[in-house]
Design a protein around this ligand. Structure first.
Ligand SMILES: C[S@@+](CC[C@H](N)C(=O)[O-])C[C@H]1O[C@@H](n2cnc3c(N)ncnc32)[C@H](O)[C@@H]1O
Length: 227
């Protein structure tokens, strides 16, 4: 393994707000599950999760913009997350945490109704049929989110991918999940007050795709209760 990667892994372990539970740790019961506000943030503020946070810039930028909310970035790649971990550590940001984990384990990281909002930012499209269940907006993933989101909790999706946008919209409509907003070209809506916040902060990939002239699609929805 590259030396720099190993150094980053070692440094991640020194950040007090950077968690790297193994699959077995999560199976055994993650200590903060259901207790993030009480035992980690020490406040009663909303919890917002970014899934597939990459280097964590979006999580950090949102946390700076909204100090009265708590933000947790999740990704499976520790060397990437190091950047967000280091920035939030150096700036002693009290409303940020990172969890290195597979997104599939989200139900072991949070308790029932613990999360207020979930951001899914530029997820991998997983185009091949057997893998589509691995798409972050597949029905399987939505079932996982339902367990940890508050009933009125919100899911935001930003993507450059037509496949991700359209397949998600199809699931939302066919399963009659409450759809709050959808648009296949976010930056055509610059005059829309409701979207100003959504455009105000951009992820690493969002900037790359915008520079290349790609349209950014945005969906905002909630989930039906379990029937
Ligand atoms: C295209 S990048 C987007 C990064 C960031 N959200 C952005 O917009 O700049 C997708 C990220 O999802 C992460 N990812 C993919 N599958 C994952 C999984 N099953 N669990 C956790 N992270 C995953 C990758 O490691 C990568 O950092």
């Amino acid at each position: 393994m590259a030396k720099r990667k190993l150094e980053r892994f070692a440094e991640n372990a020194t950040f007090e707000h950077f968690f790297q539970p193994s699959f077995f740790d999560l199976q055994a019961g993650f200590p903060l599950q259901g207790k993030w506000r009480e035992d980690f943030f020490h406040n009663i503020n909303p919890i917002i999760v970014e899934l597939g946070c990459g280097k964590g810039e979006y999580t950090i930028a949102l946390a700076e913009k909204y100090p009265e909310r708590n933000f947790i970035g999740i990704d499976k790649k520790g060397a990437r997350m190091w950047k967000g971990g280091k920035t939030s550590h150096e700036n002693a940001m009290p409303n940020v945490a990172f969890v290195r984990s597979h997104a599939e384990m989200i139900g072991s990281i949070f308790g029932a109704d613990e999360v207020d909002e979930l951001w899914i930012t530029f997820p991998e499209p997983q185009p091949n049929s057997p893998r589509s269940k691995k798409r972050f907006t597949s029905s399987q993933f939505l079932d996982r989110y339902r367990k940890i989101l508050k009933p009125e909790g919100i899911i935001h999706l930003k993507t450059d991918s037509d496949l991700v946008y359209e397949s998600t919209l199809e699931i939302v409509q066919s399963d009659k999940h409450p759809l709050h907003f959808s648009c296949n070209d976010l930056y055509q809506n610059t005059a829309d007050e409701k979207l100003k916040d959504v455009m105000a902060v951009q992820t690493h990939y969002e900037k790359i795709w915008l520079e290349k002239g790609f349209k950014i699609k945005y969906l905002c929805f909630s989930l039906n209760p379990i029937i």
